[in-house]
Design a protein around this ligand. Structure first.
Ligand SMILES: Nc1ncnc2c1ncn2[C@@H]1O[C@H](COP(=O)(O)OP(=O)(O)OP(=O)(O)O)[C@@H](O)[C@H]1O
Ligand SMILES: [Mg+2]
Length: 326
């Protein structure tokens, strides 16, 4: 089952997700695993299905979402917001060739200080929620910088893109671990628990805390009430997994293995959203400045992207209709 992408343009009778802008962040820890490819193609697919979409390039040190979406003239972008030249994100929107799909580009950053400071990040995320759109998709850079982790944590859905390679899997776990600890630190109230976490983030700590799950247990024995509160908060941390560049049948199973490690080691659920196969046309589509779902609409890779988009929309529709707010 896939989204109906044959009728572009907004269906006027629909106000999706109770009129609330849904934010999706696409990360993965490692460079070159296909984050921008997934971000561009999901954005395009959602726009073709009739949703209004804003794709945001938050990879200010290596921006290329504009290229994937065929936008040549990036006269304004996120760098203007970071530098304080523009406070209104709505004024940074660029049109793409696809109706209903706009872009906030990541080009022309100040390379001495590309990332926004904490306060500016908060303003940025608030500004994104206020955009008059159905979806915001944030293409994250590689690594575990504070800004990258914050966007991933604040999003309604954090999507992890992995390649079936040990290095990619390693970096994905490192990213998830960093995100988990950052989320926990933001939630903690007491000083004792705070210093326990400070010790635990050193992977060679002398307390013997080796995993986030160990840490939560340790917190529970130190302060049961606070421990239970944090377990509850951390259970809402539910990254989704996408395996990209699949070439062999065994690669497909990786998503289940990662989800299982997340459950056993981290103590949280990570849903396996789907996979996308390796397709030589991807590079050609980038050279053409067209997402693969447009350039090779009937390819397997395009149908897998559509399937992922469909699953996302379905789960978000269920969430908003059950009144659950994240
Ligand atoms: N499923 C695929 N099949 C074939 N090539 C792919 C696939 N996905 C991505 N690629 C290619 O892999 C390269 C890296 O992809 P992409 O730029 O999306 O990665 P990234 O994770 O965003 O990298 P970075 O961390 O540098 O931003 C690109 O050349 C892209 O065309
Ligand atoms: Mg990228």
């Amino acid at each position: 089952m896939a989204l109906d992408t044959s009728r572009p343009g907004r269906r006027s009778s629909e106000v999706p997700f109770g009129g609330r802008t849904r934010i999706l962040a696409i990360g993965g820890g490692k460079g070159g695993v296909g984050k921008s490819f997934v971000a561009a193609n999901l954005s395009y697919t959602l726009a073709r299905a009739g949703y209004r979409v804003v794709a945001v390039d938050a990879d200010l040190e290596g921006p290329n979402l504009h290229t994937c979406l065929g936008v040549r003239n990036t006269r304004v972008g996120l760098a203007d917001f970071v530098a304080g030249r523009e406070d209104d994100l709505g004024k940074l929107l660029l049109e793409t060739p696809e109706h209903g799909l706009q872009l906030i580009a990541g080009t022309y950053a100040n390379l001495d200080q590309p990332q926004p400071g904490h306060l500016r990040r908060v303003e940025f995320l608030r500004g994104l929620r206020q955009l008059d759109t159905d979806f915001v998709l944030i293409d994250l850079g590689a690594g575990s910088q504070a800004a990258t982790l914050d966007y991933f944590l604040v999003a309604d859905e954090g999507l992890m893109v992995l390649q079936p390679e040990p290095t990619s899997v390693e970096n994905a776990y490192a990213f998830l671990r960093a995100a988990f600890y950052r989320r926990l630190r933001l939630a903690v109230l007491g000083q004792d628990v705070r210093s326990l976490i400070r010790e635990a983030v050193d992977q060679r700590n002398e307390l013997g805390i080796r995993s986030p799950l160990d840490l939560l247990r340790e917190i529970e024995s130190l302060d049961p009430v606070e421990g239970r509160r944090l377990v509850e908060i951390m259970s809402q941390f539910r990254p989704r997994i996408i395996i990209n560049d699949v070439e062999r049948k065994e690669d497909i199973k990786l998503g289940f293995a990662v989800a299982s490690v997340c459950r056993k080691y981290f103590g949280f659920e990570a849903e396996y959203l789907g996979y996308v196969n390796h397709d030589e046309s991807v590079r050609k589509s980038v050279m053409q400045g067209r997402p693969l779902v447009d350039y090779r609409e009937s390819s397997d890779a395009a149908s897998y992207i559509k399937r992922i988009a469909h699953k996302l929309v379905q789960s978000m529709t269920e969430t908003s209709s059950s009144g659950v707010q994240s």
